[in-house]
Write a protein that binds this ligand. Structure first.
Ligand code: NAD
Ligand code: 6OD
Length: 487
């Protein structure tokens, strides 16, 4: 059985308290191992190690050398691809086909892209003259923030963690990562990679633990943290923002969503069904960018509902490594209780259950897993909690609409604003709707199609700030203007 240790100052260490918690495989409930629960001593040690790294060679390292090291990190993740894949799949239960195409390749790519960004982005300069005939040159220096706390969720563990660690290190910061308690494995494995390629001690640290009154809270409240980057639930973001307010530390937040998908009658029908099916059910619906509210123009409504039903019913639950597996389990029994609670609420409120609504029959060996059926509802009022609250499961409600403005108003009727996916064959409408929906990301005739140079983040209660490409530099560096009067 495995024991997941913290990674502090280049070494794998247990907690001083000896406290641990369990890491279970959601496919069958089996025990993967135990995880050390970090307390204040581990957080203090990790933050001190990161601070020392900033004062050591890492803090002085030229960009070219840093970039070379980050390329090596990416190469080493790719060399150990199968180890990362096995670790991620065991922790999450997601199909190997998904993790091998998205999670692990992106884990490596996140280091390469930001190495390239930092190498190629200039800073601004301005020249001016002074009334006494002098000349002035202003130029900006990009300085790292310092020690950055990185607090991560469980749905795309390596991808989302490296999406923050990649740019943070590219910009010359040191990090202390608090992975989700559900998915400790790949963050730990990355410690081995950092040592193997020669990232200096203390630059990358991992402290395992829970959120409140545990490593998450201790880290975000730590006075020697210079900035906090977080992905997770909106209400956790509120708690972290409270902690960040002490000492006025900057935050970058990628939070929850209740994203709308809109399908117009002029869309490529099959492409729209395929796209919405992915948006609703991929990763068992545990993608922040997923679509739990679908609005379909009335003339194609019945046909669309029937076609999406076929897609949902074709998703076979099963072992991650089997070719036929189309959907994995939810992350945990606790999360399953939450999702099944919404399934029950939808029924109670009189929804038409088009498909699913419960737990699939699984072979005996998998019955302790966190399985749920992909589920589609129609007929609920827009006021229903099923339509208003983030469920984070493989489910969606589909409602008809008649006019473009109505669809935009329905999509906007939410406190969240992460993303939308819009399907139409009309270019003018595509631009109008993309501009009209209050979100950070509007996908047209596509979903989760990523160019890592583009701004990524949420509006309203879905986040603060943007990451991606040069936008990540805005958070992970501070610009210092140098003003020289020289003549
Ligand atoms: P979560 O907020 O419960 O936990 C995320 C992390 O925060 C975990 O590491 C947890 O231990 C830690 N944490 C919890 N309470 C804390 C506290 N008080 N102080 C400090 N740390 C604390 O989220 P989750 O359940 O792991 O992930 C699912 C949620 O994440 C969903 O709401 C989803 O929409 C969101 N998410 C958003 C994005 C995005 O890009 N916008 C991406 C992925 C997930
Ligand atoms: O692709 C990304 O960079 C990203 N941050 C994806 C987030 C997915 C949420 O579950």
């Amino acid at each position: 059985m495995k024991k997941f240790l913290h990674f502090i100052n280049g070494e794998f260490v247990a907690s001083a308290s000896g406290k641990t918690f369990e890491d279970r495989n959601p496919v069958d409930g089996s025990l993967i191992g135990t995880v050390c629960e970090g307390g204040r001593p581990e957080v203090d040690a990790a933050v001190a190690a990161a601070r020392a790294a900033m004062k050591g060679p890492w803090g002085q390292m030229p960009i070219t050398q840093r970039v070379e090291l980050l390329y090596k990190v990416a190469d080493e993740i790719n060399r150990r691809f199968d180890d990362f894949l096995a670790a991620e799949v065991a922790d999450t239960g997601k199909p190997v086909s998904l993790a091998s195409h998205i999670d692990i390749p992106r884990g490596a790519a996140n280091f390469k892209i930001f190495a390239d960004v930092i190498k190629n982005v200039p800073t601004e300069t301005f020249q001016m003259s002074t009334p006494d005939g002098g000349a002035v040159l202003n130029y900006a220096l990009r300085k790292p923030r310092g020690v950055v706390a990185v607090v991560c969720p469980w749905n795309l563990p390596l991808l989302l963690m490296t999406w923050k660690v990649g740019p943070a290190l590219a910009c010359g910061n040191a990090v202390v990562v608090k992975p989700s308690e559900e998915t400790p494995a790949t963050a730990t494995l990355l410690g081995e990679v950092m040592n193997a390629v020669g990232i200096p001690k203390g630059v990358y640290n991992v402290v395992h633990g829970l959120g409140p009154d545990s490593a998450g809270e201790f880290l975000t409240a730590h006075p020697d943290i210079d900035a906090i980057t977080f992905t997770g639930e909106t209400r956790t973001g509120e708690a972290i923002m409270g902690a960040a307010s002490r000492g006025l530390r900057p935050v970058s937040f990628e939070l929850g969503g209740k994203n709308a998908g809109i399908v117009f009658a002029d869309a490529d029908f099959d492409a729209a069904v395929e796209g919405i099916s992915r948006a609703a059910f991929a990763n068992c619906g545990q993608v922040c960018l997923g679509t739990e509210r679908v609005y379909v123009e009335r003339p194609i409504f019945d046909r669309f509902v029937a076609a999406l039903k076929d897609k949902a019913e074709a998703l076979k639950p099963g072992l991650p490594g089997e070719k036929a597996t189309g959907i994995g389990p939810l992350i945990s029994q606790e999360h399953r209780r939450k999702v099944l609670g919404y399934y029950a609420k939808a029924k109670d409120e009189g929804a038409t259950v088009v498909t699913g609504g419960g737990v699939p029959e699984m072979p005996h060996a998998l019955q302790a897993g966190s399985w749920v059926q992909p589920t589609i509802w129609t007929g609920l009022p827009e006021t229903s909690p099923v339509i208003r609250e983030e469920i984070f499961g493989p489910c969606c409600h589909i409602a008809p609409f008649d006019r473009e403005e109505e669809a935009v108003a329905l999509a906007n009727d939410t406190p969240y604003g992460l993303c939308t996916t819009v399907w139409t064959g009309n270019l003018g409408r595509a631009h109008r709707v993309a501009a009209g929906i209050d979100v950070g990301i509007a996908w047209i005739n596509s979903w989760f199609l990523r160019d890592l140079r583009t701004p990524f983040g949420g509006s309203k209660q879905s986040g603060i700030g943007r990451e991606g490409g040069v936008h990540s530099l805005e958070f992970y560096t501070e610009l210092r203007n140098v003003c020289i009067k020289y003549a």
